[in-house]
Design a protein around this ligand. Structure first.
Ligand SMILES: *[C@@H]1O[C@H](CO)[C@@H](O)[C@H](O)[C@H]1NC(C)=O
Ligand SMILES: *[C@@H]1O[C@H](CO)[C@@H](O)[C@H](O)[C@H]1NC(C)=O
Ligand SMILES: *[C@@H]1O[C@H](CO)[C@@H](O)[C@H](O)[C@H]1NC(C)=O
Ligand SMILES: *[C@@H]1O[C@H](CO)[C@@H](O)[C@H](O)[C@H]1NC(C)=O
Length: 361
């Protein structure tokens, strides 16, 4: 679950200056619904609509034909990729609309800054449309039903928080694409490795810009944090997707976990005790807290100070953040085993609640 960004400045404006009035002024958020004005996600290849997306994206879908012998395991991984890319198109379109329409919280001090930000976001959202169309084209070429869109809501009401959130979900994606790469390798789908790596780098370029906007250095870590399909799907379904609005999400064979809340706010780089909670009345016997950061062996800690009341389990756990230099993204999972875990996939296989999300520097 995501918290708001705090204490950061954008182009001389503080987050507070850009912060929106209380949500109540506008009533409940209206979910984002497809299709876009150009018909996306229903875009024929080729078509005049596709040509226009490509022009805005500054480039084209790969034109050399797609492999038709993709393994079932890799196709599953590409379903998660398509599910995520369609969400990203929704997110960036909603953000562009808010800026374009001068929604409170999304108003820039001058028109030149506004137009410069819109130019970049328009390219990003068109590039995401091509990522989504490409992932679904790989599925269709291999006789697998393409992934359909959902309706979405976004837990942000100002530009700075929206960019901070984009950076965080991009970090989760960049971790998950490592696992897709691993899948492509072990399933011998080698001809897709280059294509996928080109997307990894592209998302990294986006993230560098997001991080710069929110006052961070562009590159978070020497080796970006690993994730896994179940963590990415859980983040999307817990945070953004309106329940029961997805066409065929049930065709994605990936576990989705109940949420884990990180209750300590504004976490800095230090060895410290953090507070967490999840809904339920479950016994915590045999459960562990696991932190995934960079390419390191996941850190396993016991739950302490466990309290159950009102259908909510609260607890604490040590976070050895400074000792392990856990900057950038850390994923937190509550697992039914104390490991040891070889990596993010192994943690996901034992996860009961998660992922909690910590972002430092
Ligand atoms: C998608 O677009 C094609 C051609 O524009 C149209 O024939 C088809 O009905 C559309 N499908 C959906 C699901 O909207
Ligand atoms: C757009 O603005 C509305 C109204 O403040 C907000 O609810 C929504 O989350 C915003 N979307 C994005 C992507 O920033
Ligand atoms: C698909 O065919 C290509 C080219 O023959 C081959 O390199 C690749 O390993 C095949 N993939 C699978 C999963 O069999
Ligand atoms: C937990 O137990 C309480 C009290 O018995 C009950 O009201 C609540 O619905 C339960 N919550 C869950 C998630 O099972």
């Amino acid at each position: 679950m995501f918290g708001p960004a705090t204490g950061i400045t954008l182009l001389g404006l503080s987050a507070a200056a850009l912060a929106a009035p209380v949500q109540d002024c506008y009533g409940p958020q209206v979910p984002f619904k497809f299709p876009l004005a150009n018909g996306f996600p229903n875009i024929s290849i080729p078509s005049p609509e596709l040509s226009q997306i490509q022009r805005t994206a500054q480039g084209t879908l790969p034109n050399g034909g797609l492999p038709a012998n993709v393994s079932a395991n890799s196709a599953e991984a590409f379903k998660v990729v398509a599910f995520n890319e369609i969400f990203e198109v929704a997110y960036f379109n909603a953000l562009i609309n808010n800026i374009t329409e001068n929604v409170p919280g999304y108003v820039f001090p001058d028109d030149a800054t506004k137009q410069s930000v819109l130019t970049k976001l328009n390219a990003i959202q068109a590039q995401e449309q091509l990522h989504a169309l490409g992932a679904n084209a790989i599925l269709a070429t291999n006789g697998v039903e393409p992934i359909e869109a959902c309706e979405y809501v976004f837990p942000v009401t100002n530009f700075v928080d929206a960019i901070a959130l984009a950076s965080t979900f991009t970090d989760v994606v960049l971790g998950t694409l490592q696992s897709v790469d691993f899948n492509l390798g072990i399933n011998r789908d080698t001809e897709l490795l280059g294509l996928l790596t080109s997307i990894v780098a592209q998302e990294g370029e986006q993230d560098g810009w997001f991080r710069t906007i929110i006052g961070k250095i562009p590159s978070a870590l020497p080796f970006l944090t690993a994730a896994a399909g179940p963590f990415a799907a859980s983040v999307l379904l817990q945070t953004f997707v309106v329940p029961d609005t997805c066409g065929n999400v049930d065709t994605i064979k990936v576990p989705v976990f109940p949420a884990l809340s990180v209750d300590t706010a504004n976490i800095q780089l230090a060895d410290q005790t953090l507070s967490f909670s999840f809904s339920g009345n479950t016994s915590t016997n045999g459960l562990s807290v696991v932190y995934i950061n960079q390419q390191n062996v996941p850190v396993v800690e016991p739950l302490t100070n466990v309290q159950t009341s009102g259908g909510k389990v609260s607890f604490q756990a040590l976070f050895p953040g400074d000792t392990n230099l856990m900057n950038g993204l850390t994923l937190v999972a509550v697992t039914n085993s104390a490991g040891p875990f070889s990596g993010a996939e192994a943690v996901a296989a034992a996860t009961q609640y998660g992922p909690g999300i910590i972002e430092i520097n």
